[in-house]
Design a protein around this ligand. Structure first.
Ligand SMILES: CC(C)(COP(=O)(O)OP(=O)(O)OC[C@H]1O[C@@H](n2cnc3c(N)ncnc32)[C@H](O)[C@@H]1OP(=O)(O)O)[C@@H](O)C(=O)NCCC(=O)NCCS
Length: 337
């Protein structure tokens, strides 16, 4: 019998405002056809002015805690994956902790972009397996809409992203039989900073000039994300295949033994290409990008939530997850739900 981590609760919060591709075409020079054809996205959700990432996270976290049937005071740690925090500092985990009305437990932000959720999951899993914490609240939440360049200059990035949040509660579980019991088998994390500038925000930091940001820089739009889409696309396909294979090899599992694939949602074509290259049948890959766009650190837990609600992800299923994002970073996780 070993100590393992197990998912016991899940919650989600998607802002109510739907922004269709046609809505975007009223703001910038784009079209429903271009967006759908290149990315698979049909619509995304954007917050209203007074909503923040920690607000979305609070709703998702409350649902996850209720679903886990624990008291919020039993949470031993909060890990919050986001690249769109409410404030420059402190991190969103602290704001969420205060909104939940709990105090004392550690509250940590993970800033690993689209790979953030799997990086955060790996930390939660290690803290639990080491016997340091029992119940960990793990959140992926983003408000991308407020940080996008809604001029034609930013159209390649702006059409891809959306807002949303989801939360998990993980707990320590005595695993008797890994063939049946829920557990996280392993996580595999990578990065290559040589590609940091292929998808990044060049300004709004201490790395440039003599101020966080100047008026001239804001006019230039250096606080908006910029991307070399083709480079990101190619690397995403290659790295997601590699890191999925790494998880399978590490656990001595054949790809055909995996019941369900939860990939990061950056572009439907990326996920279709990964599935094609690895010989994964389409019905095993769960995509939500059509409805939500890319919600960065929130895509994987949002997908998990929807798949459970739709009855597609069921207890006992073997799940492989993979993500790729800015950094470049990439990661995978293999778990039994
Ligand atoms: C962004 C992406 C959809 C663009 O698709 P693409 O096939 O590479 O398209 P290109 O960049 O070659 O652009 C083709 C044309 O469309 C134009 N275009 C860019 N964005 C557009 C938009 N929103 N609407 C209409 N046209 C657009 C370009 O300006 C270009 O025009 P040009 O040929 O006159 O120069 C694609 O590269 C992609 O998905 N990359 C990965 C992105 C990603 O995963 N990011 C997140 C990582 S976690």
């Amino acid at each position: 019998m070993t100590n393992e981590s197990k998912i016991i609760g899940i919650g989600k919060c998607i802002p109510s405002k739907v922004v269709t591709n046609n809505d975007l075409a009223k703001l910038i020079n784009t079209s429903d056809e271009w967006i759908k054809q290149r990315s698979g996205i049909e619509e995304r959700h954007w917050v209203s002015n007074n909503e923040s990432g920690s607000d979305l996270a609070l709703i998702a976290a409350n649902e996850a805690i209720l679903n886990a049937k624990i008291d919020k005071n039993q949470i031993d740690m909060i890990i919050f994956a986001t690249i769109s925090p409410d404030h420059y500092f402190p991190g969103n985990a602290c704001f969420l902790q205060a909104k939940l009305g709990i105090s004392g437990c550690p509250a940590l932000d993970v800033r690993q972009q689209c790979t953030g959720f799997i990086y955060a999951l790996s930390l939660a899993d290690l803290y639990i397996k080491q016997g340091i914490y029992k119940n960990i609240l793990l959140v992926g939440a983003e408000v991308q809409s407020k940080g996008l360049d809604k001029s034609d200059k930013g159209r390649d990035v702006t059409v891809l992203f959306g807002d949303g949040a989801a939360a998990l509660v993980l707990t320590r579980n005595e695993c008797r039989d890994p063939k049946v019991d829920s557990l996280i088998f392993s996580t595999h994390l990578h990065a290559d900073g040589a590609f940091a500038k292929e998808l990044w925000v060049s300004g709004l930091g201490m790395g440039n000039g003599d101020a966080l940001v100047t008026r001239a820089e804001v006019d230039e739009g250096i606080h908006f994300p910029r991307m070399n889409g083709k480079v990101v696309f190619t690397h995403a396909v290659r790295r997601m295949c590699e890191v999925l294979n790494e998880a399978l090899t590490h656990n001595k599992i054949a790809i055909t033994d995996v019941d369900f694939f939860l990939f990061h949602q950056a572009n439907l074509r990326i996920n279709e290409k990964v599935a094609e290259l690895l010989g994964i049948p389409a019905h095993k890959v769960f995509n939500t990008i059509q409805k939500y766009g890319n919600t960065t650190a929130a895509t994987i837990p949002i997908g998990m939530y929807d798949a459970i609600k739709e009855g597609k992800l069921r207890p006992g299923m073997l799940v492989a997850s993979a993500a790729f994002g800015s950094g470049f970073t990439w990661a995978s996780a293999l778990f039994r739900y």
